[in-house]
Design a protein around this ligand. Structure first.
Ligand SMILES: Cc1ncc(COP(=O)(O)O)c(C=O)c1O
Length: 453
């Protein structure tokens, strides 16, 4: 079980106002891509445009379009006015698939079209910046003697300090708004990433936010990291003391009932947002990654992602299955042993199937492998390898990893792609899920360990 006093992270985030799903899948990944073998670095584009998408067939006159920001569009046309809920109709900018400036012969294929249609049928509040960049790890590649390693930069999702929860919050707040909610309640520990990103996303969407902590109120001079951000975003915070997650959930429901009796319409986000609706953001991420990988002609075969409560991984696994398994998903467990995480992912992918009304052509269980060997002594306890990985990414690539989720995940990814026995050939990517808010309250000595050269 997680220790909520250290890092019971449950947070979330925002998107480019007005972008439809199809549009956001094709706007440029913006980091330098690095050179392919036999190619000079300066020949590679910094960005990839929609014209390069769609090697999978589909209707000849269809493509997904190229625009980032429409010229002449009033700023904030799609966003919420401060302190005002978005209203029922703002939750989902509705645009049919293929209406975004088709180019001949370009489409993501039939599976992708079905998935996009199912996702577009869900209410969604655009909050963040998508697609997130794919950063090539040129220096780590040299260090490991391995080509084509990428980080999918979901630490740069564009709400607050970024992170994975932003994707799910688009769908959760979309559902909240479509139900007429005016206040969102969620819960977590003091350094919950979900809590602070929900506070930021609610600020953006014009919703009130109540955060229920299973912890005692810290002294004001000890407020740091996500706790500080919660205050900055103006969330109402409740401190229950050191109660269990079940008691916290019951208290959240009680607060919701009380608010309802006072005429409010609350929307409760349970389970650290690891719910079928909360996982939809990572179903979409599978589609986004496929579009990027087609555009960059990389054709990822292996993609690694964190597995804690399992919502994030379930979305990606379901998305990969719904797309007909264009890549295999390696779930790096940072909280539970393999069997427990497998059960959670199975429940969640079944729930996603119900929510989307879409049966994947491939079984989700067949597109993933769970790796629990990187867990070490448990949740939020760094391992020598995770410390070393955090150091390497910092000094070689200028990329920050935190100590609960991302350093273990990237450590697992680099081990898997580098080992002789598991060697995962071909282009490979790993999701960086953020957690930067929590990082500034983590007390672990920063990771200069003996493994370092
Ligand atoms: C930064 C970060 N990465 C990864 C995760 C794990 O996500 P999940 O619980 O959906 O497995 C979390 C969960 O809070 C998180 O905050």
């Amino acid at each position: 079980m997680r220790d909520s006093r250290t890092c019971d992270n449950r947070l979330r985030g925002i998107r480019r106002p007005g972008a439809s799903l199809a549009e956001r899948l094709v706007t440029a990944p913006s980091t330098r891509l690095g050179a392919r073998p036999g190619e000079r670095l300066e020949e590679r584009p910094d960005t990839v445009q929609a014209a390069e998408l769609g090697k999978h067939g589909g209707k000849p006159e269809e493509s997904l379009g190229t625009h980032a920001i429409r010229p002449g569009e009033p700023l904030g046309r799609h966003g919420a006015r401060p302190r005002q809920p978005l209203g029922r109709h703002a939750a989902r900018p509705r645009q049919p698939l293929g209406s975004h400036g088709a180019r001949p012969g370009k489409s993501l294929g039939t599976h992708a079209a079905r998935l996009l249609t199912a996702l577009e049928a869900r209410p969604r509040v655009p909050l963040g910046h998508f697609p997130t960049p794919l950063t090539r790890l040129n220096n780590i590649e040299r260090y490991l003697g391995r080509n084509h390693l990428y980080l999918k930069r979901d630490d740069l999702t564009g709400v607050s300090l970024g992170g994975n929860k932003v994707r799910g919050l688009e769908y959760l707040l979309g559902e909240a708004v479509s139900l007429g909610a005016d206040v969102v309640i969620t819960g977590g520990g003091l350094q919950s990433n979900l809590c602070s990103l929900t506070a930021a996303a609610c600020a953006k969407a014009g919703l009130r936010c109540m955060l229920v902590h299973n912890d005692t109120r810290p002294e004001s001079d000890a407020i740091a990291g996500n706790m500080l951000l919660n205050t900055v975003f103006g969330a109402q915070e409740v401190f229950l003391g050191p109660v269990s997650e079940e008691e916290r959930a019951a208290a959240m429901d009680d607060f919701a009932a009380r608010l309802r009796s006072q005429g409010s319409v609350p929307y409760v986000i349970h389970n650290g947002a690891s719910t079928p609706v909360g996982a939809l953001g990572y179903v979409e991420a599978a589609l986004e990654l496929l579009a990027q990988s087609e555009a960059m002609e990389l054709h990822f075969q292996h993609v690694a992602i964190v597995g804690a409560m399992g919502g994030t991984a379930s979305g990606l696994v379901f998305g990969a299955a719904a797309l007909g398994a264009p890549f295999h998903v390696h779930v790096i467990s940072v909280e539970y042993p393999e069997g427990e995480l497998r059960r959670r992912i199975a429940d969640l992918t079944a729930g996603i199937e119900d929510v989307l009304g879409l049966r994947p052509p491939v079984s989700p269980a067949d597109v993933m492998t769970i790796h629990d060997r990187y867990l070490g002594e448990g949740y939020a306890i760094p391992t020598p390898e995770s410390r070393e990985t955090a150091r390497l990414l910092a000094v070689q690539e200028g990329i920050i990893l935190e100590n609960v989720y991302t350093s273990k995940t990237v450590a697992g990814f680099l081990d898997l792609v580098g080992r002789e026995d598991t060697r995962l050939d071909g282009p490979a990517a790993c999701f960086h899920t953020g957690g930067m808010g929590a990082l500034f309250a983590q007390s672990h000595p920063w990771p200069f360990c003996r493994l370092c050269p």
